[in-house]
Design a protein around this ligand. Structure first.
Ligand SMILES: Cc1cc2nc3c(=O)[nH]c(=O)nc-3n(C[C@H](O)[C@H](O)[C@H](O)COP(=O)(O)OP(=O)(O)OC[C@H]3O[C@@H](n4cnc5c(N)ncnc54)[C@H](O)[C@@H]3O)c2cc1C
Length: 435
């Protein structure tokens, strides 16, 4: 009999199921199998590699992926370029990550969870209200309970990992904190798309005339996506294909590199919002992955937060098996800790991502280069520049994202150690084509 039921077989749900199965905890995952053939979430960061190792699948991920040595940030065609290398994090994380076709990665995580003993049920889960421990709560619908063969008094712990469907949050109308962006993303895979002068596998993020773009090298193809304010997207054409192709043709950031390219997939459209739940757990339930919060695709924290979230939930609640599931007060305390940790992760990522949206990252980079080029006693300035680059690379890798020192350092640099460089607005992600 499953003591834990997970709704959603995305990366978050499958990772949690695998971790629980490793502990010998019986777990069933509801999977509605609604996944399209092409999914965003292809660019990973070094912080996910330890989770792959914990699950024993790093070699299989490597075999289906392109090894990612770092990420580069370009301001259009002629503006500054910043190259981050993951070698900067080698003292505390693997110095690489992967670019991975998402459906294959999801399938691998699911297979691994199954091998370890998790059970998957091909069904769309539904909820109904109930009372648990004297408080209003939710449980699976009667139909789903009978699918699982649950007796009347059995109340498995419910984990909502339904992604953007946010099944439980919508059902309970949970409050959420919305961020400032409300964009649309268009993307597709191409062959014969000329990449750029960066190391093989390096991901490129470019500021466009409006919005920004990603270029992610995958085995045999390049994933190209753009993230734009919705009104800008509408002004570019009637269909997603017209809109994406027009940007690739006309935006100087691509410099005609897509001229010979052939699109080999449909153009997919995603809304891109920023939304973090203000409440992530209640009696007998918890939120995980995108169902807990969706940050922003800039810097690719999504998969990391899903996998790390599964690890945090596992560590907080299931460290001693299922004992806490039968102790309501202790369970609530453990879930408070989970909530604090995940809220902290989300806040730290939001803080870091803001530097890339509002242009401070390019400004710091330019100021650092100017300083490093000037003669200084004992090369202090160039040591400082290298040190701050390492801190930022580590934050963007999932290593020191939450570190108080790293966050303090980049606040200090961006507020005070900036001389003789243009204002940050010059390098900000633009929201209109005319700006
Ligand atoms: C434009 C864009 C670009 C992105 N790029 C990246 C990137 O490069 N790198 C990165 O790390 N992240 C990226 N992300 C984020 C990443 O895709 C998500 O964070 C990640 O997929 C979240 O995983 P999850 O398991 O929480 O949810 P999902 O992957 O959404 O999985 C949820 C699963 O639950 C299923 N489900 C839903 N409702 C039910 C139900 N009632 N019953 C049963 N099953 C159900 C769904 O079908 C789905 O399979 C990007 C996001 C966007 C919008």
């Amino acid at each position: 009999m499953s003591e834990v039921v997970v709704i959603g077989a995305g990366p978050a749900g499958c990772t949690l199921a695998a971790l629980l199965a490793q502990r010998g905890i019986a777990c069933t995952v509801f999977d509605d199998d609604q996944r399209p053939d092409l999914l965003v979430g292809e660019s990973l960061i070094p912080g996910v590699v330890p989770v792959f190792r914990q699950l024993g699948i790093e070699d299989q991920v490597a075999a289906m992926s392109v090894r990612k040595p770092g990420a580069s940030f370009f301001d259009g065609a002629d503006g500054p370029r910043i190259h981050f290398s993951f070698t900067n994090v080698a003292d505390h994380l693997p110095p690489y990550a992967f670019n991975t076709p998402r459906p294959e990665l999801d399938n691998l995580l699911r297979r691994r969870a199954e091998e370890l003993g998790a059970r998957f049920l091909h069904a769309r889960a539904q909820l109904e209200p109930c009372e648990r421990d004297g408080q209003p709560s939710v449980r699976l619908s009667a139909a789903d309970r009978s699918l699982l063969g649950l007796s009347d008094d059995a109340e498995p712990f419910l984990v909502d990992a339904s992604g953007r469907a946010r099944l439980l949050a919508r059902f309970l109308n949970l409050p959420a904190q919305r961020g400032g962006r409300d964009d649309v993303a268009l993307f597709a895979h191409f062959v014969d798309f000329t990449h750029d002068e960066v190391p093989e596998g390096q991901v490129i993020i470019s500021l466009l005339r409006a919005g920004w773009s990603w270029r992610i090298p995958l085995p045999g193809r390049l994933s190209v996506g753009v993230v734009l304010p919705k009104d800008v997207a509408r002004s570019l054409g009637a269909t997603p294909e017209e809109r994406l192709e027009r940007i690739l043709r006309e935006d100087p950031a691509f410099g005609g590199r897509g001229a010979q390219a052939r699109r080999v997939t449909p153009v997919m459209t995603y809304t891109n919002y920023q939304l973090i739940s203000k409440r992530s757990h209640g009696p007998g339930w918890a939120l995980l992955g995108d169902a807990f919060g969706f940050n922003d695709p800039m810097l690719s924290p999504g998969l990391f937060l899903s996998l790390q979230g599964a690890r945090e939930l596992d560590a907080c609640v299931f460290r001693h098996g299922t004992r806490l599931l039968h102790q309501p007060a202790a369970l609530a305390r453990a879930l408070d800790t989970y909530n604090r940790r995940m809220t902290d992760w989300h806040e730290a990522w939001s803080e870091l991502i803001a530097y890339f949206y509002d242009g401070r990252i390019f400004r710091m980079h330019l100021a650092g280069r100017h300083l490093a080029e000037k003669p200084s006693p004992f090369k202090v300035a160039s040591h400082m520049e290298r040190h701050s680059t390492r801190q930022i690379a580590s934050m963007a890798s999932g290593g020191r994202t939450r570190s108080g020192y790293s966050r303090w350092l980049i606040r200090l640099l961006s507020n005070h150690l900036i001389w003789g460089v243009p204002p940050a607005e010059n390098f900000a992600v633009r929201n209109t084509l005319s700006a």
